[in-house]
Unconditional design. Structure first.
Length: 605
């Protein structure tokens, strides 16, 4: 058994395997019953935040009560959906489901008066027997449950209000000694389903086993803390990421259990409303581990002022994961310039790559140095290989290294011929390891396509398969992984390949906008046409939009040698996004073609 902390040394009598997260939770409650596990800061109840905490023994007690309630709804192996606003109850619901031997399904909270087709499609796919929620969210969850029972194979679907359960005060010793858990030590069994972005008719739930969890968290600890001496033994997790997203669930909920360390949590809305809240929690915590997508670092750089930082110090920040979307070199520079004066270590930022199908984590940058960026000829990348250039050259794109693969096996493959390409050549990123999910729930055909990839002519020492096809385009340069884009999002305009991320970055640079941008292709009379869909504030002046439109068209023509068929401005929040906040380009293209966008400039198309 690989050990990380003293608290895991006596978890199992059988030392031939890792303990599950549930076994570690029980051990944390036995060894450190009164230590704080999670602190949730509620900024909705009070602008300055109201903190509520749970100790390890309280957490286990509440999870047991949820498990007892679920036992009345079904049996181990059944699915229990967690539908609640970000809160301690959400954490309790997830752990309670796993404690009962159920398969937890973390999902975002439905909102009254809004279409919930995506949620209904997901619920139909996993066919749960219970919805775990909070009393404040109960009414909308009951409505959703009533709608779901009409499309479920079985009509069993009970709504359980977590905060309405009668939580008893039980000492951790009595709880751990008395409790009989339903086979929570079986590593091969599913722990939860992580639903990824997809259409409402074909949702994709990655099956994350107990083995996947402990394998991936162990990889995270090993790779992220190798340069932070002592941090792995005494650190605090700070997170606002949504629990229903893979990175938010692992970082905010499961990593603290694995390491028996405290977590300070808040909501994504609280962060977006006031990004300085995140920074203040980083400054107030000890030996900090945190994570966020690139847009969050960009938001801090744009909205936090130097005067907001007076009295704050970030010397104790060990790891700041930058992942879940393409990492922008410009963002890293601006973020570092803002926070370096108050002590943020240059090595703290850790550009990383991962995906839900790999539980979450695949590779991260070297923590012994600041993030590494390289400039490449855009035309050469479009042609399929990497060639460096000066950053100020016109035909240049700056990419950030995700580091050299260490804990995970990663190769770059020609997706058509299924052979590993040479270093510097662009191909599809494939991965393998104990952290790779067991497949997609209820979809054997897609599971085989995505999780069962085989090399046609593997090099000596490289297994033929199975490999996970990530769908991401990347290349190895100087031994490190760079991500270029998504295969399905690759734009082919006038016979040339274009990565939408590059074009979208050009639009943001020209317009100096904080809004989301989608570069998509739509069918024309004889060829595919490039369309730019950009979010702006409703009251943006028409003259400004007209000027921006001309500048965008000119910049894309100059930098990417691509003609733009249309530039449209839509209100903030109009572009469809994934659970991690990334723009869903295919859906955006469909919405444009079907005329489902409202345009800010009032024109009709």
């Amino acid at each position: 058994m690989t050990l990380t902390l003293d608290n895991t040394r006596e978890v199992l009598d059988d030392d031939r395997r890792q303990p599950t997260i549930i076994e570690l939770l029980r051990e944390n409650a036995r060894r450190r019953p009164n230590d704080v596990a999670y602190t949730f800061v509620d900024y909705e109840a009070d602008f300055n935040g109201i903190s509520e905490s749970l100790t390890w023994s309280e957490l286990l007690d509440r999870a047991r009560q949820v498990a007892d309630s679920l036992a009345e709804c079904g049996s181990p192996g059944d699915r229990a959906v967690v539908l609640a606003q970000q809160s301690l109850e959400y954490v309790v619901g997830m752990l309670g489901a796993m404690l009962a031997g159920f398969i937890a399904v973390p999902l975002p909270t439905p909102y009254p008066g809004q279409g919930n087709d995506a949620l209904l499609g997901t619920i139909r796919n996993c066919n749960p027997v219970a919805l775990l929620t909070r009393s404040v969210d109960a009414d909308v969850c009951v409505e959703l449950a009533n709608a779901a029972t009409k499309v479920l194979p079985s009509a069993r679907l009970r709504v359980i209000e977590i905060d309405s359960l009668a939580f008893e005060s039980i000492t951790s010793t009595r709880l751990c000694d008395a409790e009989q858990l339903p086979d929570t030590g079986n590593l091969s069994k599913p722990a939860y389903l992580q639903y990824t972005s997809g259409s409402t008719s074909q949702p994709s739930g990655a099956i994350i086993t107990h083995s996947n969890i402990v394998a991936n968290v162990a990889q995270i600890v090993r790779d992220h803390f190798e340069a932070a001496e002592g941090a792995e033994k005494d650190f605090t997790v700070v997170s606002w990421l949504p629990f229903y997203h893979d990175m938010g669930l692992i970082v905010g909920v499961l990593l603290p259990i694995y390491m028996c360390r405290p977590a300070v949590l808040m909501t994504p809305v609280a962060f977006v409303q006031s990004p300085i809240r995140w920074i203040k929690h980083l400054a107030a915590s000890k030996r900090v581990y945190t994570a966020a997508p690139n847009f969050a670092y960009d938001l801090v750089a744009k909205r936090v002022k130097e005067t907001d930082l007076i009295g704050l110090r970030l010397d104790d920040v060990c790891v700041m994961i930058n992942g879940a979307e393409r990492v922008q070199a410009r963002t890293i520079r601006q973020f570092s310039e803002l926070l370096a004066p108050i002590g943020l270590p240059g090595t703290a930022m850790r550009p990383s790559y991962g995906l839900a199908e790999a539980t979450v984590y695949v590779v991260t940058s070297d923590g012994h140095r600041p993030p590494v960026t390289e400039s490449f000829h855009q035309d050469k990348l479009s042609a399929g290989y990497a060639q460096t250039c000066d950053r100020d050259e016109e035909d240049c794109v700056e990419l950030t290294s995700c580091g050299a693969p260490r804990s995970s096996d990663v190769i770059v493959v020609d997706p058509e011929f299924r052979v590993e390409v040479l270093a510097g050549q662009v191909g599809e990123v494939w991965a393998s390891g104990d952290h790779i999910a067991a497949g997609y729930w209820g979809n054997a055909e897609r599971t085989e396509q995505v999780f069962g990839a085989q090399l046609s002519d593997p090099a000596p020492g490289t297994p033929r398969g199975p490999w996970l096809r990530t769908g991401d385009l990347g290349f190895i340069f100087d031994g490190e992984l760079f991500i270029a884009g998504r295969i399905k999002d690759l734009l082919i305009i006038d016979g040339r390949n274009h990565y939408p991320d590059d074009i979208e970055e050009t639009v943001r640079a020209v317009t100096k906008s904080q809004g989301r941008v989608a570069a998509v292709s739509v069918p024309g009379a004889t060829t595919e046409m490039l369309v730019i869909i950009a979010e702006v504030k409703d009251h943006t002046d028409a003259a400004v939009l007209e000027t921006n439109c001309k500048n965008v068209v000119g910049a894309i023509s100059a930098r990417h040698s691509a003609g733009v068929a249309d530039v449209v401005w839509v209100p903030s929040g109009s572009l469809p996004t994934t659970t991690s906040g990334k723009v869903r380009r295919a859906e955006s293209a469909r919405m444009y073609q079907e005329g489902r966008f409202r345009f800010v400039d009032g024109t009709e198309r």
